[in-house]
Write a protein that binds this ligand. Structure first.
Ligand SMILES: C[S@@+](CC[C@H](N)C(=O)[O-])C[C@H]1O[C@@H](n2cnc3c(N)ncnc32)[C@H](O)[C@@H]1O
Length: 283
C-alpha cells in the first residue's frame, strides 16, 4: 500500500495539533539531560514525527528515519532541509540545526516486515512512530514488543486510529459507513490482518503484558470547516474503502459522500476521527 507525500503534507497540521502535549512532555522529562538522544522513527514518511517531536528534546539528537518507500525518504530529506534553519549533508546523513539544536538524521530504507529486528536493536533511547500502528497485525506487534525489549528504549507512538469517529450534524448512514470502514481497516495492509481500530488497545495490552509502564491519551482529529481540504480527502478515502467492502449499496454510499462533502464547509459542522497516543517505559 502506498502513501502519497501530498496526503502526508495535507494531514500534517491536523496531526501536529492533535498530538498529546502532556504525553510528549512526560517523555521529554524522562530523557532530559542525556548527552545525545538516539531516536528511531518507524514508517517515517516525510519526517512529520521528527518535526513535531524534536522541538521537545535536548540540544543534540540523532534520528534514524526508517521507511520502505525510497521516494518518501527522499522527500523527507527535502522537507526537513526546508524546515530547519540550516541543513548540511554529512556523508549519508543530514545535519540540521533548528532553534539552536543539532539534529543529525540518517535515512534507512527498510521493510519493517523483513528487517524489524535489524532496525530495533542496540543503543536506542526512543523508538517512535506516527500513524503507523493501525496498519499492523497483532502477530507483528508481538514480534515488535519482543524486539523492543532487547533495547533500553522508551516507546512513543502517536496518532494510532482508534475508530472513535463522530460527525456533527449526524446522517442516518454514518453508523453503517463507519462500521464498514472499520471492517476495511482490519484488512491486511502488509503486516498481516491489521488491528485497525483495535490497534491502540491491543498494543497497550501487549506492552503491559511485557511489563512496560503504559500511558495513553486520546488525540482525535477534530476537523472544522477550515479543514475542508483534509476533510474532503478523508471522506473520499473512507467512501472508497467502504465501496471495496461491498457492505453498503453504492447509491447509499454515494449519497452519503455527497451530503457529507457538501456539509463540509457549513458553519458548526464537525468531524471527529479518533486516535490514541501511547508512551511505554521499560521496567
Ligand atoms: C500513514 S503513513 C505515516 C507517515 C508518517 N509517520 C507521518 O506521520 O506522516 C505510514 C508510513 O508507513 C510506511 N510503511 C508502511 N509499511 C511499511 C513497511 N512494511 N516497512 C516500512 N515502512 C512502511 C509508509 O511508507 C508510510 O510512510
Amino acid at each position: 500500500m502506498g502513501f502519497s507525500a501530498d496526503w502526508l503534507a495535507l494531514r500534517e497540521p491536523a496531526d501536529h495539533r492533535s498530538r498529546s502535549a502532556e504525553l510528549l512532555a512526560t517523555l521529554a522529562k524522562r530523557v532530559d539531560g542525556r548527552d545525545v538522544l538516539r531516536i528511531t522513527d518507524l514508517g517515517c514518511g516525510t519526517g512529520s514525527n521528527l518535526r513535531a517531536t524534536a522541538p521537545a528534546f535536548g540540544p543534540r539528537q540523532e534520528w534514524t528515519l526508517v521507511d520502505y518507500d525510497p521516494a518518501l525518504l527522499k522527500r523527507a530529506e527535502q522537507v526537513l532541509s526546508e524546515w530547519a534553519d540550516e541543513a548540511k549533508p554529512a556523508g549519508e546523513r543530514l545535519v540540521l540545526v533548528k532553534d539552536g539544536k543539532t539534529i543529525e538524521v540518517a535515512f534507512r530504507i527498510a521493510d519493517l516486515n523483513v528487517e524489524l529486528e535489524q532496525v530495533i536493536c542496540g543503543a536506542i533511547d526512543i523508538v517512535t512512530a506516527s500513524a503507523l500502528f493501525d496498519l499492523i497485525s497483532e502477530a507483528w506487534m508481538r514480534r515488535f514488543v519482543k524486539a523492543l525489549k532487547t533495547t533500553p528504549a522508551i516507546f512513543y507512538t502517536v496518532l494510532t486510529y482508534n475508530g472513535e469517529d463522530d460527525f456533527i450534524p449526524a446522517h442516518p448512514f454514518d453508523w453503517g459507513m463507519i462500521n464498514a470502514f472499520k471492517i476495511h481497516q482490519r484488512r491486511d495492509k502488509g503486516f498481516g490482518p491489521a488491528e485497525g481500530p483495535m490497534a491502540a488497545a491491543t498494543l497497550a495490552r501487549l506492552l503491559r503484558e511485557e511489563g512496560y509502564g503504559v500511558e495513553t491519551a486520546d488525540t482525535p482529529w477534530v476537523l472544522k470547516p477550515s479543514d475542508i481540504a483534509l476533510k474532503t480527502e478523508l471522506l473520499k478515502g473512507l467512501h472508497g474503502a467502504v465501496m471495496e467492502t461491498g457492505l453498503i449499496a453504492d447509491n447509499g454510499a454515494d449519497d452519503w459522500l455527497f451530503w457529507r462533502t457538501s456539509m463540509g464547509d457549513q458553519k458548526g459542522s464537525r468531524m471527529k476521527t479518533g486516535h490514541t497516543d501511547i508512551l511505554a517505559v521499560n521496567p
